[in-house]
Design a protein around this ligand. Structure first.
Ligand code: NAP
Length: 408
């Protein structure tokens, strides 16, 4: 193998001109969309760098392919390879039933401590949308990725664990819980909430976005969700006091005095209304795990749906970029579905690596293909007059519309 590993030094990536990037092809539609996306990535790197840079793609196994090859859903070798090379990209994986692993994605995030799930949601020109002004939504959602009800501490109704826990809570704290209830635990810590919010603020500063909104349900869950809000304001004051100001402070003084980022907070239910009515007031959202899950799909729906929604799971020194939709098994191996979610995850990956020229080439190619009405079936059914192409044909169209090609 000719490439070199990406390194992490003093809190930043050190990216060689020929990085090795592990990929998980994914199950179901995964192979189709990965094949198409990889061609787009290689063409963009080649054009943007005029052949001076290249990616050495390294396949690692997970999901059904790993199970068929080695009898394991998530082999240690896969985790080790990602740990070594630091940045990886993946297609969707089947959630195995009854194998002892709740979800491969959740396992990957927890094992590599990828604590921030980052989902930028913005409208690409030409993509059909149910909104009158989809271009007003341009938000980056930072969702805490390791805690909350996703921590997996849950007991079945009628199980001895649930009954014992109920007895303890009733006897020790006077909690009122119906007999035979299922019970789940929602752990949320200052440490994990603060590192997530700090990451969102750093991103606001580097991308020159003017505010970070903490989204929570602290009016009801005062210590978990309310804690998230309070810890968010705390970390803003403690670590970024010279560059941030709270919305409440700003209301009491005539100007922000050079502070570049306003910290606001909103209750989760009202936030669903805000992203519909006044989306342009929310360039960055930082939120807990479950709120973030709901909000990111709701925002994605405004700009073209899940087929167009990229995502990244980021830790300190490790990152895994991924399509946010599932494996859509009924379309497997039909060369039919939309590869844009993986392609846009690649855009995020190249931006994170500092290869913005590559990211821009891909975005221009995507906008060009969609603008010309050359799209896969999912977008074609909402775009009158569009030409439906297969997954591979869509990749051809994206490449043809990149800067430097004859169509562009
Ligand atoms: P899904 O795979 O996301 O598919 C649901 C529907 O979404 C599809 O039938 C299709 O709708 C549309 N769709 C999804 N991807 C598309 C694409 N690339 N292009 C166009 N349309 C697309 O959801 P699911 O059927 O509920 O889940 C299937 C499996 O995926 C499950 O095992 C689940 O656990 C897993 N999953 C994995 C991930 C992940 O790895 N990140 C995430 C979610 C789910 P139409 O048929 O209406 O066109």
């Amino acid at each position: 193998m000719t490439g070199r590993s990406i390194q992490w030094s003093n809190g930043t990536w050190v990216v060689p001109d020929n990085p090795i990037i592990p990929f998980i092809e994914g199950d179901g539609i995964g192979p189709d969309i990965w094949r198409a996306s990889r061609r787009v990535f290689d063409a963009a790197v080649q054009r943007a760098s005029q052949g001076k840079r290249s990616v050495t793609w390294l396949e690692v196994l997970a999901g059904e392919k790993a199970y068929r090859a080695a009898g394991e859903w998530l082999p240690d070798a896969t985790l080790e390879t990602i740990r070594t090379h630091r940045i990886a990209i993946k297609g969707p994986l089947t959630t195995p039933v009854g194998s002892g692993i709740r979800s491969l994605n959740v396992a990957l995030r927890q094992v590599l401590d990828l604590y921030a799930c980052v989902r930028p949601v913005r409208h690409l020109k030409g993509v059909p949308s149910p909104m009158k002004h989809p271009e007003k939504l341009d938000v980056v959602i930072f969702r805490e990725n390791t805690e909350d009800v996703y921590a997996g501490i849950e007991y079945e109704a009628g199980s001895p664990e649930a009954d014992r826990l109920r007895e303890f809570l009733t006897a020790s704290f006077g909690a009122i819980i119906a007999p035979g209830s299922a019970l789940g635990i929602k752990p949320m810590s200052a440490e994990d909430s603060k590192r997530l919010v700090a990451r969102a603020i750093r991103y606001a500063l580097s991308s020159r976005r003017p505010s970070v909104t903490l989204v929570h349900k602290g009016n009801i869950m005062k210590f978990t969700e309310g804690g998230f809000r309070d810890w968010g304001y705390e970390v803003a004051r403690e670590q970024f006091g010279d560059v941030t100001i709270s919305e409440a402070e700003l209301a009491q003084q005539p100007s922000a005095n050079g502070k570049r980022v306003v910290i606001k907070d909103r209750i989760a239910d009202s936030m669903f209304q805000q992203v519909l009515l006044r989306p342009d007031e929310y360039p960055i959202i930082a939120t807990s795990n479950l709120n973030g899950d709901y909000l990111s799909d709701a925002c994605a729906a405004q700009v073209g749906g899940l087929g167009m929604a990229p995502g990244a799971n980021l830790g300190d020194g490790h990152a895994v970029f991924e399509a946010t939709h599932g494996t859509a098994p009924k379309y497997a191996n039909q060369d039919k579905v939309n590869p844009s979610s993986v392609i846009l995850s690649g855009v995020m990956m190249f931006e994170e690596m500092g290869w913005s020229d590559v990211a821009q080439a891909i975005t221009r190619g995507l906008e060009g293909a969609i603008g010309a009405g050359t799209v896969t079936y999912d977008l074609a059914r909402q775009l009158p007059g569009a030409r439906t192409v297969p997954t591979s044909g869509f990749a051809d169209a994206v490449i043809a519309h990149m800067p430097g090609s004859q169509t562009a």
